[in-house]
Design a protein around this ligand. Structure first.
Ligand code: FAD
Length: 454
């Protein structure tokens, strides 16, 4: 039986362990955190994850999807709260499509439990990876309680140790290893809306709530216990920023001015707001992801992205599925398996990284913008006429279309909508036969740009 070591029992490491065990590997998984319940519960990191089609496909393939579904709340659209208290509902699609919100710790726990039930998987907690010899596939771990150092060797190493991966850092010292990182100029702090006395929700529960305010925004997700987890995203510096909001009075005033509709619901949670840590957001790109036939990076370790499309974990789950497909295609040929894995994933994770940066601007600025809303309306009209003509959000979230292909389709969609939105008073004319005819013509004639196939 082949032996694989996974470093990191976060969302991706746990799922990968199941995939490998089901492929008849003996798996040892090393995690620096001690308490399984605490894994991945980094304070200040969002406590909610939204899962979508591609994430579920990867979870279903090993039989854990339905366990996860039970802990999710379906979200059918966004509710945008403007500063004057008006709310606009934007459904995600015409057919009740939903994304699924789950508490990060619930997801982490379910995946760990599921992994621990499999045969051939051994967990080692409080073991921090401090070095790797890639040539001999030997890892050095430090036991965090005792300080004891151990060395462990296996045929294959998988680094699922997140955005600040120790193994990637070692690979960065190899010749011609490409690496880039970019921090977002904004960070976030969490604010909770508790449930009401009946443990039900004080806001509509089947939607994401967004309060876009140009340079900053508040986002809220429902939890199963009736509470909502909000995160306030602010620039680090500037007039309204983490730097300028220093006291309880400052945050109270910010809410009075910009989020007055929600203030009564969050008042008690604002007390300790300024004591909470600020979560950073980072995009990481690197290449190669693998070392010979011996080691591979997976999940955030090789492609951390901004969270605004809710795709980081979904993409990491998809990595696991693609890796296993490569194993099935080239049995035993690890050099080819790892090369095919990185070749197939890299263009797609680059595409989603790009789309996440864009979506950050869309959510923050454009969600409450009339032009954006008009574009969405046109998009829904086109979708009604051509069910196969799908939006970027749809392709990313409700299909398993490769991200790079979704980006290519989007270029065409944008070109069509650009032309329709430019028509005078188009909103009033949207349901007229003339606009219908124009849409048909444009959909037929506008060509999608040709991108490299992935
Ligand atoms: C604010 C925010 C919101 C998000 N929302 C979503 C969302 O809605 N949907 C979505 O799909 N994704 C979302 N993401 C992204 C998602 O959290 C990540 O993509 C996902 O957690 C990556 O999983 P991972 O297992 O690769 O890394 P991680 O979750 O970071 O796990 C890495 C694990 O490795 C362990 N580790 C690290 N270093 C070592 C070491 N040296 N030795 C041993 N163990 C180590 C860590 O303790 C951890 O358990 C969001 C991210 C943020 C920041």
């Amino acid at each position: 039986m082949e032996h694989a070591i996974i470093v990191g029992a976060g969302l991706v490491g746990s799922l990968l362990s199941v995939y490998l065990a089901q492929a008849n590997f003996k798996v040892s998984i090393f995690e620096r955190n001690s308490d399984p319940n605490q894994i991945n519960l980094q304070v200040g990191k969002s406590i909610n994850i939204t899962l979508c089609e591609r994430g579920f496909q990867a979870l279903d393939a090993v039989g854990v999807g339905n366990v996860v579904r039970k802990l999710c709340i379906p979200l059918y659209g966004r509710i945008v709260h403007s500063q004057d208290g008006q709310c606009t509902y934007q459904p995600y699609g015409n057919n009740q499509e939903a994304i699924y919100a789950i508490k990060r710790e619930d997801l982490s726990q379910v995946l760990l439990d599921f992994s621990q039930k499999q045969e051939n998987i051994d967990f080692y907690f409080q073991q921090k990876c401090i070095d790797i010899d890639l040539q001999t596939t030997t890892l050095k771990f430090q036991q965090l309680n005792t300080g004891a150092i151990t060395k462990v060797q296996a045929q294959r190493i998988f680094a699922a140790d997140g955005a600040y991966s120790a193994i990637r850092q070692k690979m960065q010292r190899l010749k011609r290893f490409n690496y880039s990182q970019e921090y977002l100029e904004q960070g976030y702090r969490e604010i909770i809306i508790p449930s009401n006395r009946e443990r039900s929700w004080l806001l509509e529960k089947n939607a994401i709530h967004i309060w876009p305010r140009d340079n900053f925004m508040l986002i809220g997700f429902p939890n199963l216990d009736g509470s909502f987890s909000l995160s306030l995203h602010l620039p680090y510096v500037g007039r309204i920023s983490h730097e300028s909001i220093k006291t309880h009075e400052d945050i109270q005033k910010l809410f009075e001015t910009y989020f007055s509709d929600i203030l009564p619901l969050v008042k008690s949670s604002l007390q300790d707001y300024c004591m909470k840590p600020i979560g950073d957001m980072i995009t990481i790109k690197c290449f190669p992801w693998t070392y010979q036939d011996k080691a591979a990076l997976i999940g955030d370790a090789c492609h951390a992205i901004f969270p605004y499309y809710g795709q980081g974990a979904n993409a990491g789950f998809e990595d696991c599925q693609i890796l296993i497909q490569c194993m099935e295609k080239y049995p035993g040929d690890w050099q080819t398996i790892l090369q095919e894995y990185e070749k197939s994933r890299k263009p797609n994770t680059d595409a989603i990284a790009h789309l996440c940066s864009e979506h950050f601007r869309i959510l923050r600025k454009l969600v409450g913008d009339p032009n954006f809303l008009l574009r969405k309306k046109i998009e829904r009209k086109i979708q009604k006429m051509y069910p196969e003509y799908s939006s970027l959000y749809h392709n990313i979230t409700f299909t398993c279309m490769p991200y790079a292909e979704a980006l290519r389709v989007e270029q065409k969609n944008r070109a069509v909508i650009d032309k329709i939105v430019a028509i005078d008073d188009v909103e009033e004319k949207l349901d007229t036969p003339e606009i219908g005819l124009l849409i048909s013509k444009l959909v037929r004639n506008v060509k999608a740009p040709v991108l490299a196939r992935v």
